[in-house]
Design a protein around this ligand. Structure first.
Ligand code: FNR
Length: 363
């Protein structure tokens, strides 16, 4: 249990370090594949700000905002306080939120308060529980109960398990495990990666066992390969850096599946600002998850600081939609997008018609 507590603290500390502005090779400074996307500016297309509505649907419920606080932490005194501050910020700004894996609290009741605090602070908001693939259907139910959750995130993390010092990759029975969790869960299940992306093949396999919501969570933001490698004495997996697909690449790829044979898509991984949110929405995401960018703020300046940051993201989201001539999310999906650089190469290699995205408004 001691080691598990250390792991939770390590994750928060190492992730926060990655997001420091001064971290030259971190997601804030280094750039990622969202930078390979540009909206074509049409100078006469802007619409009035007043009627712009960024609302979306999450788990067949109305959600006022198209971005949310993604699953991160909980289980120790310190990470419980982080959850408390995240929950206050979610309540004050009307965002949905997730939490870190609840497994620690299923095995050790002393870890439960750091999750329960979320519902205590935010009784009416949309809250997601979280559990790792491989846990039983009964554990999934208990995780939902513990939080009074509205939905359940199930994370799949093969890359992380491979590099994690205490990793125990038992990959074989994952799909049947997910099928059992979906069948048993009293609330909608969202399957997510933790920063390496979900391919169309994976999305299709998930849909086959009944998964109706998936967050592609791609690379380019919080780097769990690096976090786990940094936790290894003499970490020697550094060469794997860059493994996996970015969120924009996953969204482009997923468009090849018809809507009936894939889950509804959420996107996360490397979302740094409101423009990244809009790019993910323009590529078809129904909602956009933000982890590292919000964690570093809450750790540094607490709930008040995060409320301010989210408020500015909310203002900017509406302003940029007006600028782009998109009164709603459907409008964003009709914007013209240039796909450049490494993302453009990905599109070409995967047989995706990048040119069609550059001329959506004309057609
Ligand atoms: C995470 N993430 C995560 N995901 C999950 O499903 N269960 C978990 O327990 C955790 N734990 C966790 C801890 C910390 C400190 C961070 C920063 C993140 C992954 C997270 O939800 C997201 O998929 C990735 O971080 C990529 O998004 P960002 O950080 O680039 O916005």
């Amino acid at each position: 249990a001691e080691r598990r507590h250390d792991r939770k603290e390590d994750h928060v500390r190492l992730a926060t370090m990655q997001w420091e502005p001064a971290q030259g090779d971190g997601p804030a400074a280094r750039g990622n594949e969202f930078d390979d996307l540009d909206f074509v500016h049409h100078a006469m297309d802007a619409v009035a700000l007043e009627p712009v509505d960024p609302a979306t649907r999450m788990f067949n419920r109305d959600a006022a905002w198209p971005f949310y606080i993604n699953g991160m932490t909980g289980g120790t005194a310190h990470t419980g306080r982080i959850n408390q501050q995240l929950a206050i910020a979610a309540r004050e700004t009307g965002l949905a939120m997730g939490c870190g894996s609840v497994s620690i609290a299923l095995d050790d009741p002393d870890a439960a308060p750091g999750f329960r605090i979320i519902r205590r602070e935010n009784p009416d908001g949309l809250v997601m529980a979280n559990i790792g693939v491989g846990r039983s259907a009964d554990d999934a139910r208990r995780a939902v109960d513990l939080l009074g959750a509205d939905a359940l995130q199930v994370h799949i993390n093969a890359v992380q398990e491979t590099v994690m010092p205490e990793g125990s990759p038992r990959f074989g029975d994952w799909l049947s495990g997910i099928e059992a969790i979906v069948a048993a869960s009293p609330v909608p299940v969202l399957v997510k990666e933790v920063g390496f992306g979900l391919s169309p093949r994976t999305l299709h396999r998930l849909a086959d066992v009944g998964v109706r919501f998936a967050d592609v969570s791609g690379r380019g933001g919080t780097d769990f390969l690096r976090i786990e490698n940094d936790r290894r004495p003499g970490g020697d997996y550094g060469y794997l850096t860059g493994f996996g697909q970015s969120a924009p690449a996953c969204l482009l790829d997923a468009a090849s599946l018809d809507a009936d044979s894939r889950p509804t898509l959420f996107a996360s991984g490397g979302v740094r600002n409101p423009l990244d949110v809009l790019k993910a929405l323009a590529l078809g995401a129904e909602a956009v998850g933000v982890a590292g960018a919000f964690l570093s703020t809450v750790v540094e300046v607490g709930a008040e600081g995060l409320i301010e940051l989210i408020g500015s993201w909310q203002r900017h989201t509406r302003e940029l939609m007006a600028l782009l001539g998109a009164p709603d999310l459907e409008g964003l999906r009709g914007t013209d997008l240039l796909i450049r650089g490494r993302l453009g190469e990905y599109a070409r290699l995967r047989g995706i018609d990048a040119g069609a995205y550059a001329r959506r408004r004309e057609s």
